[in-house]
Design a binder for this molecule. Sequence first.
Ligand SMILES: CSCCC(=O)/C(O)=C/O
Ligand SMILES: [Fe+2]
Ligand code: NI
Length: 268
Amino acid sequence: MLDLCPEKVDKYEEKLRNFYTEHIHGDEEIRYCLEGSGYFDVRDKDDRWIRIWIKPGDLIVLPAGIYHRSDYALDDREEVLEAWYMDDSTEDQRLPHHREPKELVSLDKLSELGVLSWRLDADNYEADEELKKIRADRGYSYVDFIEVCPEKLPNYEEKIKNFFEEHLHTDEEIRYCLAGSGYFDVRDRNDAWIRVWVKKGGMIVLPAGIYHRFTLDSNNYIKAMRLFIGDPIWTPFNRPHDHLPARKDYIETFVQKDAASPAVDAAA
Ligand SMILES: CSCCC(=O)/C(O)=C/O
Ligand SMILES: [Fe+2]
Ligand code: NI
């Protein structure tokens, strides 16, 4: 019997984190919910998450070998933002490119690279008080919208190609996904690619000076809000542009500062 609450379980937070880390077992996982509720997430054959809500009286059997995780009270950003280390394959950029076995990266680890994230209510972005507060706190005075698909984006092919060229900006890149999804790839401290999957409701900030790129995923569509402090500058500086002050500042703030920490080092 497992009574999962902070009062009754030792190292409650750590347990929750472990439950929520994607994993498999060699045997069936059988759970019967007596009180409270929780989520079991399982992967479908296309590697998408299916969320199952279990409530009192529900019995669930996960077969041996299925990738899954369970969520009882966790950071709900992870429903719309996932990150992992990429493999080295040059196959279709719109595929997930997980390593084998998968190496997931937590949102806390991303924040150590300066990549910030929120989960917001994308169906209510016009009246959303949380978005208003983020904008006020961070000075995001400018807003526009971009839809990445051949019908809506002028010079679609050229733009798609440019987005996927590794580059940096001299200002933050702030994107809030209102529909669809896409991959923002960022370099870690060892220059390994971390793929950040941003889905509807996910908002990310890439700090000035971080090398990154963007691609659609296999759903081939994203609608995003673009935010900016003041008048927007979208100029990408393709790698290498290491002499730019924004790059030097990034290195000083997020690479050298914690160089001894293995937290977001691919080699760790
Ligand atoms: C979904 S926004 C398109 C990508 C973009 O604007 C950019 O700058 C990528 O680095
Ligand atoms: Fe960019
Ligand atoms: Ni399990």
